[in-house]
Structure formats: structure tokens, C-alpha cells
Design a protein around this ligand. Structure first.
Ligand code: DQA
Length: 140
């Protein structure tokens, strides 16, 4: 069994990016935490890209491999028909995650274009959102 964790634009800056909202944990810290939690239960691939098309390619690849996806699409969550179509077309099980509670923020973050085509959404728990998504994926 394989799990692919895909992180979208600006998440490479976690740790220094708006720490009041996103905290001081880096993306590398999140990856380390996840690997520790996962142990030997599955293979884990952890990636980040600032490019929409690259994320589309990775979703397609995960679909072909039959991998489960944990996706923090970041700003593309709110804008990307391409990511939504990639998810629908891949047939992959996708859990949408967000560090922040997007519903408690600006109105433009309340709408997720991908939410209707994912298995479930976890938002607002900081790095723990990723752990919860991992457990949800493994349990389903
Ligand atoms: C985010 C929330 C998005 O609205 C924002 O654009 C991000 C990060 C989160 O993890 O809280 O870049 O996906």
C-alpha cells in the first residue's frame, strides 16, 4: 500500500510563512512526524510543488499506482478546476487537508472546488490535520 502526500503552493515556506496563522512547524517537520506515525503500515511519498500542472501530474500518477492521496492544495483549493478534474479522473482516494480552519478566515477561502470530489476534508488542526488524514486514509 502506498500513500502520497501532495502539498501545493507556498507550503515550502512553512515555518516562516505567516506563523500567526500556520505556526512555526516546517514542511520537513510535518513529513518527519508523519513517517514516525505511519511506521511500516505503508510506503510514503511526500512532495511539494508551487506549480498546478505538476500537482495534476502527481495526482494522475497516484491514480495509476492505486495510491491514496493526502492533498493540501493550498491556494489552488479555491481556484483550480484542473486539480478537481484530476482528482475525479484519477479514481484515487483523496483526503483534503488544511492546516488552518479555512472557514474561519476570508470568505474566498470558504469555497473549495475540490471538496465535492474528495473522500473527506480535515481542516484547522495545524500539523495534526495531516496525522488525522493519514489515519482516515488507512482506516478507509
Ligand atoms: C491552506 C489554506 C489555504 O487557504 C491557503 O491558501 C494555504 C494553506 C492551509 O493549509 O491552511 O496556502 O491550504
Amino acid at each position: 500500500r502506498k500513500i502520497v502526500v501532495l502539498n501545493g503552493p507556498n507550503l515550502n515556506l512553512l515555518g516562516t510563512r505567516e506563523p500567526g496563522i500556520y505556526g512555526t512547524t516546517t514542511l520537513a517537520d510535518i513529513e518527519t512526524r508523519l513517517r514516525e506515525r505511519l511506521g511500516l503500515r505503508a510506503e510514503l511519498d511526500f512532495r511539494q510543488s508551487n506549480h498546478e500542472g505538476e500537482l495534476v501530474g502527481w495526482i494522475q500518477e497516484a491514480g495509476r499506482e492505486g495510491a491514496g492521496i493526502i492533498l493540501n492544495a493550498a491556494a489552488y483549493t479555491h481556484t483550480s478546476v484542473a486539480l478537481r478534474d484530476a482528482i475525479s479522473g484519477s479514481g484515487a482516494a483523496v483526503i483534503e487537508v488544511h492546516l488552518s480552519n479555512v472557514h474561519a478566515r476570508e470568505p474566498f477561502r470558504h469555497k473549495s472546488l475540490i471538496a465535492p470530489v474528495v473522500r473527506g476534508v480535515i481542516a484547522g488542526f495545524g500539523p495534526l490535520s495531516y496525522d488525522l488524514a493519514l489515519e482516515a486514509l488507512l482506516a478507509s
